[in-house]
Design a protein around this ligand. Sequence first.
Ligand code: PLP
Length: 403
Amino acid sequence: MNIIYADNNATTPVAPEVVEAMKPFLTTEYFNPSSMYEPARRTAHAIQAARAQVARFFGLADSSAIEFTSCASESNNAAIFGAVRANPGRRHVITTAVEHPAVLEVCKELTREGLDVTFLNVDRQGNLDIGEFIRALRPDTLLVSIMHANNETGVIFPIEQLARLAKETDPAIIFHTDATQSVGKIPIDLRGEFQNVDLLSFSGHKVHAPKGVGGLYIKRGTRCRPYLIGGHQEEGRRAGTENVPYIVGLAKALELAALGLDDENTRGRGLRDRLERTLEERIPYVEINGRGAPRLPNTLNISCHCVEGESLLYQMSDLGICASSGSACTSGSLEPSHVLRAMKVPDAAVQGSVRFSFSRYNTEEDVDRIIEAFPSMVANVRRMSPYWDQEKNAPRLGAMDSA
Ligand code: PLP
């Protein structure tokens, strides 16, 4: 069966060019980059070239600001715990209620360690309230950690503005952003509009590099203690023998992303918008989560009233269509998504959310097949739902408002 892969916010296929770039370092160029002999110096050089490439991707001249890690979860842990440990005089952290667990759970851990954490709320569209953010800043705020784009809805937060406001209030506040979902999908210039960001996390497997490699940007001068302690790799910031093939793969993936960014965004947005429009036309009682806010061009999060997202996923899976309900890390549990809960998606719809996320490898035919399958699946599930008759006969809030 031909697979339709529409779950690229969970992970992406590795680009063939990335596999080619990695191959020598999985075969003949296996040397430990810390060793003194000539072949090892070649692997050390490959890491430095990769670091320079990643730095260029973010508009940076100084490649030493890039640290390679194993994944974005590690980058987030390193950024948050590293900042907290380096600044023991301050005890307040600001984050949001809709972060990925790789930030949310770390912040909850901080509260268990006695820090005070403010979890900012979002509105119905998924936007933050800038006034609430400003009011949350305190003289003892040490760190702000706010994601760039949401993994479930694609909603983009105004990091430029938030980081500027934090620095204007107090230049000593450290600003971290988890950019795992936005890197490679929308431009990020760390010397331009993102110049007030101190720490930025990203991951290889969301940008057509393999799983098992990520990165952390650390602006020069940022007070952040190393997280993994041991050897002196990564200029003493992260111990552990470098994963040379994967680091090379990550750099190649970002090089490709930079080359294709504009075209891919236009194409991805075209696929997403056509799917969104058609599903909305063909399925009554749906919520397009995050519409009305700035959104990633590749992501559609749709909630169908009186349906369980999981049951749609299983049916789609039988047809070879891969999508997701909520984030990959929380799927498998039937708990409603914390992101949709925070956005106050109506109770009847919060369990019925499905996320489609595209990449450069998706085609118009993929969208056709989803459009062919999805509306009738929803109709079938609803026929069996005891709530559906009640729901479709009840006046809708929107309809009542406009009446
Ligand atoms: N942050 C966000 C926003 C994500 O979407 C993900 C993965 O889905 C992560 C962090 C964790 O990434 P990784 O799998 O590289 O640890």
